[in-house]
Design a binder for this molecule. Structure first.
Ligand SMILES: CC(C)(COP(=O)(O)OP(=O)(O)OC[C@H]1O[C@@H](n2cnc3c(N)ncnc32)[C@H](O)[C@@H]1OP(=O)(O)O)[C@@H](O)C(=O)NCCC(=O)NCCS
Length: 143
């Protein structure tokens, strides 16, 4: 079945199945920003950009994609372990990148854990260039 998957834009109604897969693929990266209401808001702000891959009605891959009007950003690029190395991740990322580029955005960024060599190899294979000139800073907004 690995060749018979389909890709379509993610909808809020997909949340339960997507979140279930993220428990396996993406647990370390999950935060309150991934609660149902937050994801619904994200999808509404970036219509048609985030994608899921399906085998029948089983969610086997995800990519969250959007832009801020200036740069594109991709999060939660993931393929279920049973379906890896069949270029499903590449197809998801390519679809998301096309949607971002269609809005006139010239560059897209991803965050990747320093010890995630699998993720780094994947992004490099898609033509992403590793940046060594930037340090990321984050600020936690208080309630
Ligand atoms: C990264 C991930 C999404 C890749 O999904 P995938 O569908 O298996 O990837 P693809 O089959 O499209 O691979 C595309 C290319 O990426 C590279 N790649 C993918 N997996 C790799 C691996 N295990 N080792 C080395 N290179 C790899 C290869 O160049 C591959 O092309 P090739 O198979 O023709 O050599 C998947 O492994 C995953 O979900 N990992 C856990 C979550 C994660 O780390 N996401 C990235 C966060 S930054």
């Amino acid at each position: 079945m690995k060749e018979n998957y389909t890709i379509r834009p993610m909808k809020t109604e997909d949340y339960d199945k997507v979140f279930e897969m993220w428990q396996i693929t993406t647990k370390r990266a999950l935060s309150s920003a991934d609660e149902r209401e937050s994801i619904a808001r994200y999808l509404a702000r970036n219509p048609g950009m985030s994608q899921i891959a399906l085998d029948g009605d089983r969610v086997i891959g995800t990519v969250l994609a959007g832009h801020d009007g200036r740069r594109g950003f991709i999060h939660h690029m993931a393929v279920h372990p049973d379906y890896r190395r069949h270029h499903i991740g590449r197809a998801l990322a390519s679809t998301a990148l096309k949607r971002i580029a269609a809005d006139g955005i010239k560059k897209t960024h991803i965050f990747c854990y320093r010890d995630n060599s699998l993720g780094q190899n994947f992004w490099k294979s898609l033509g992403f260039e590793q940046r060594d000139d930037i340090i990321e800073f984050s600020f936690n907004h208080k309630e």
